[in-house]
Unconditional design. Structure first.
Ligand SMILES: Cc1cc2nc3c(=O)[nH]c(=O)nc-3n(C[C@H](O)[C@H](O)[C@H](O)COP(=O)(O)OP(=O)(O)OC[C@H]3O[C@@H](n4cnc5c(N)ncnc54)[C@H](O)[C@@H]3O)c2cc1C
Ligand code: SF4
Ligand code: SF4
Lengths: 457, 412
């Protein structure tokens, strides 16, 4: 990158926070997405929102692209810049500005870590439900930009359901305020939902107001084994059909169970074909009733084992298998491709079969776990990036899985975003008109195309 | 270096929030994920071993918090250490390194008679003091220099005064070999004294061979694998000749190193040696009921700092806490982020004082928040670092080794 331009960037954020050495650029070329990497032209770590405004003004004038970055944990290549662009990392903007107990809102800077917000609000008996698996490191800016989900999505929804207000720096450096602390707002187009899940392509979030809810009083955790995968899948549908909405309804398949048992010996029998982890929470009376309902349904569907945690410690033990699922799988092979095809919940059983067939047909190992209650599964392919043939078979298997998801009325990504990784699948899902409308929106926000270019479409 | 260990990193970032240097800088180059990537890119020829790159890597404390957090079993700290070790192995040793590693550490007598041996060891770090790194420009100059790191030394190192064979008191439960860490023996001999006392009081005969040598951890740091292996061989041979149930140490750093001998030497005797190694807390916790009967009240508020080499390297967390809670009258306060590094990291606090100070201050802040009178830990490096920090900023708080606290309660 032009040294004079770097000097101008330095003048905004300060020399120590302007990185342009080879080594730094090399490690800002990746995020958590396998197989994708590209070195940016420079990396900035601004300390204030005003610095972000000035960075945008400068880059807009010079026609240099800007890619926002939180902690670089997204799984779609969303924070990978083009070679001449600037990556702007938000980690230093990490203040929780306010927890407003009267309006039940929290106002945060974009670099606040998700679990830090959890701790801050839970200390006051409040609750911010979205809890992505990466919550100990993912930033709120990243969560909003990807509309991240989590284990509690079934009952409580995803990030979008909690974003009330945004302060966004637009491509030319102007400020856009949308929403706020009001619960109702119909003044003009509803911009928040557009900005949520915009993957850094429409604007740079510098302030986020989220909705809080009272913390559920109690929670009951249950672990259920099934000797047939289909039984587990049908149980998921039956629970929801019975009008019980668990906070968590997570699924583990046989490959995952075997990996977990090999790695951690948590006592899962190997003749088990599927495991469900179910949590119901809320008012004690309702929780007891729902837990009983869940048990009846599981037994009716022929579960081979059913356990309810007696206390918080036991709940943690029961949840252990689900918590370490990814670790157990990831350890098996060097490269882990984690996908998030999502289908209507009623199609879970069929989707699981599609995944198994695709793995068998293309001779790859795929372990599946995930948010069964949301219809959001994580088929996880265990492979080795050095084995080009296997990698190409893995992609073929995923091609089939995504096609099947689309044909069932599902989607190619439930929570990880399109970014670079799923670009080629998007037209299949939204069609030519969908792409045209999205391009139009992009143009309205960012006519010069300098914000995170090349992503989504 | 094993390339697979590098590509096992899936770049998920789960290690980032646990890394002390990432927490201070938010820089990818100062994160475990970034360090693995840097080493990998050198192996792949994408980057060369520039001064700057080596400086980035040298900011790692090898505290292994990242290894605990990593879902894929990647140990960034160890990979960086291994890389540094392999790289240094090609270089000639500096005068001071040669002096300490070859002439002093393998010969405990000389080590003890050398003027003030720890000062030498410190100077070995000072020699490497580099402060040109861009990263550190973010921070103010070191708040308090670490010169005063060295506390008063005991009159005589423990190795000189300890009886080689201490009989069990009361009914004999078994025999243990005691491994004397250099720093424990030279500086914290009271603690090791306490360790041996507790063991004999619980019915163990304790054999402390006087010809044992330094565990070899400093050699590893300096890239001296040959020196490390020589030390390992010598210690394995000495302890293999004894018929002991366990080989016990009260130095977390030594314990972590001794447990790796089997892996370094790959023969039956060293594997069996490593399998017998226990941190003192592990052995004491086995006899919690008996120990409880020996303890008298201490009206203290106590908190516990997990040493990296005990919590992250050896996975020991529960035992020391259970032991502290045995002391009647004592109030236990859990420390926030108890297993976050204190910034000691071998000679790190001397080589990278700015970063070490930042990390130390974060630790001191959490200690202050507990309101404790005493901080307990299990590793001499942490004791040195915390002692210095507490002296300057929280002088009312005392630092004790776990066995010092227990012995104090026993003798109360
Ligand atoms: C182990 C693991 C588990 C995961 N589990 C889940 C899960 O359960 N659910 C889930 O939904 N996701 C999950 N993810 C994916 C990922 O953690 C989320 O997408 C997360 O929101 C990314 O946050 P980040 O701070 O790392 O953002 P980054 O990866 O840095 O950025 C993500 C995107 O957001 C944009 N962006 C970041 N900050 C801003 C800002 N201030 N303004 C505008 N745009 C911005 C970037 O340009 C990029 O496009 C997981 C990832 C891993 C590695
Ligand atoms: S070292 Fe482990 S935890 Fe850190 S990024 Fe790599 S795989 Fe993830
Ligand atoms: S060993 Fe410690 S300092 Fe080094 S990368 Fe790991 S967590 Fe960070």
């Amino acid at each position: 990158m032009n040294p004079l331009f770097i000097k101008e960037l330095q003048a905004i954020v300060g020399e120590p926070y302007t990185l342009s050495d080879r080594e730094s650029l090399a490690v800002y070329g990746y995020d958590a997405t396998p197989e994708l990497e590209n070195r940016p032209g420079a990396v900035l770590l601004p300390g204030t929102a005003d610095e972000i405004v000035r960075i945008m003004q400068l880059c807009h004038g010079a026609g240099v692209s800007v890619t926002p970055r939180g902690s670089g944990t997204n799984l779609s290549g969303g924070s990978i810049s083009d070679s001449s662009g600037v990556v702007v990392q938000t980690s230093r903007l990490n203040r929780i500005i306010e927890v407003d107990e009267e309006n039940l809102t929290a106002t945060v800077e974009p670099g606040v870590i998700t679990s830090a917000l959890h701790r801050a609000v839970e200390a006051r008996g409040l609750f911010y439900p979205p809890d992505p698996g990466s919550m100990n490191i993912s930033t709120m800016g990243g969560n909003v930009a990807e509309n991240s989900g989590g284990l509690r999505g079934l009952k409580y929804g995803v990030t979008a359901n909690y974003v009330m207000g945004l302060e966004t720096v637009l491509a030319d450096g102007s400020l856009l305020r949308s929403g706020g602390k009001v619960v109702k707002d119909v003044a003009g187009y509803c911009l928040n939902p557009l900005l949520v899940s915009s993957e850094g392509t429409l604007g740079f979030f510098t302030g986020i107001i989220v909705k809080l809810i009272p913390k559920p009083q109690v929670k009951t955790t249950m672990l259920v084994h099934f000797s047939k995968m289909r039984q587990a899948a049908l149980t998921v549908s039956a629970i929801i059909a019975a009008k019980i909405i668990p906070a968590t309804l997570e699924f583990l398949d046989k490959v995952t169970i075997k990996c977990i048992e090999d790695y951690a010996h948590v006592g899962l029998p190997l003749d088990v074909d599927a495991v469900l982890l179910i949590e119901v929470d809320g008012h004690p009376v309702v929780v007891a009733e729902e837990a009983a309902g869940v048990e009846t349904i599981c037994r009716k569907h022929g579960c081979s084992f059913f356990q309810t945690a007696k206390d918080a410690d036991e709940a943690l033990k029961l949840a252990a298998a689900r918590r370490i699922a990814l670790s157990a799988l990831a350890r098996l092979k060097p490269t882990t491709i984690l996908e998030d095809a999502t289908v209507p919940r009623s199609c879970i059983a069929t989707m699981l079969e599609v995944i198994q067939d695709a793995a068998k047909k293309h001779n790859v190992t795929i372990g599946t776990f995930g948010h069964a209650g949301d219809g959001n599964l994580h088929p996880t392919c265990l492979t080795d990036e050095r084995d080009k043939d296997e990698i190409s078979r893995a992609h073929k298997a995923f091609d089939e899985i995504f096609d099947a998801a689309i044909s069932m009325g599902g989607t190619i990504t439930g929570e990880h975003g399109v970014g670079l990784a799923k670009k080629k699948y998007l037209p299949r899902l939204v069609g030519e008109s969908g792409i045209r409308v999205m391009r139009g929106i992009k143009h309205a926000f960012d006519p010069k195309g300098i914000l995170n270019p090349g992503k989504i479409f | 270096m094993d390339y697979v260990k590098l590509i096992n990193c899936m770049r998920c970032g789960m290690c980032l929030p646990t890394c002390p240097t990432y927490k201070e800088t938010f820089l990818e180059t100062a994160s475990p994920r970034g360090r693995v990537a840097l080493v990998r890119k050198i192996q792949e020829g994408e980057l060369d071993q520039s001064e700057r790159l080596l400086e980035y890597l040298s900011l790692c404390l090898d505290c292994q918090a990242c290894a605990t957090a990593c879902p894929c079993g990647v140990n960034a700290g160890e990979l960086v250490a291994e890389f540094t070790c392999e790289r240094k192995a090609g270089n000639r040793m500096g005068f001071m390194e040669e002096m300490v590693l070859r002439k002093l550490l393998p010969h405990p007598d000389r080590l003890e008679t050398a003027m003030i041996p720890m000062r030498l060891y410190q100077r070995m770090g000072l020699q490497k003091l580099v402060r040109t790194l861009g990263v550190l420009k973010m921070f103010p100059k070191p708040i308090g220099r670490m010169e005063g790191l060295l506390p008063d030394l005991p009159e005589k190192p423990l190795r000189r005064v300890i009886k080689e064979d201490m009989p069990a008191r009361g009914e004999t439960r078994g025999t243990v070999g005691f491994f004397l860490g250099c720093v424990m023996s030279l500086i914290f001999s009271d603690a090791s004294h306490a360790s041996i006392n507790l063991l004999t009081a619980l019915g163990y005969r304790v054999i402390t061979p006087k010809n044992q040598v330094c565990c070899g951890a400093p050699n590893m740091l300096a890239g001296d694998k040959a020196g490390l292996k020589t030390a390992a061989r010598k210690n394995v041979d000495i302890f293999s000749n004894l018929d002991v149930d366990f080989i016990v140490t009260d130095c977390g750093g030594c314990g972590a190193e001794l447990k790796k001998y089997g892996h370094y030497l790959e023969d039956a005797s060293s594997i069996s040696f490593s399998n017998k190694v226990r941190d003192i807390s592990q052995v004491l916790a086995m006899h919690a009921d008996a120990l409880k009967l020996l303890l008298k009240p201490l009206l203290l508020k106590v908190t516990f700092h997990d040493a990296c080499h005990i919590a992250h390297s050896q996975g020991i967390r529960r035992e020391p806490r259970d032991l502290i809670k045995l002391v009647p009258g004592l109030t236990y306060r859990e420390l926030e982020n108890a297993d976050a590094c204190c910034g000691s990291g071998g000679t790190y606090n001397i080589e990278k004082p700015e970063m070490a100070d930042l990390i130390l201050h974060r630790k001191l802040g959490t200690i202050r928040a507990t309101g404790a009178d005493v901080v307990v830990t299990g590793n001499p490096g942490c004791m040195l670092q915390l002692k210095k920090g507490l002296m300057d900023y929280l002088p009312q708080v005392e630092i004790l080794h776990l066995t010092e606290l227990l012995a104090r309660s026993m003798d109360a």
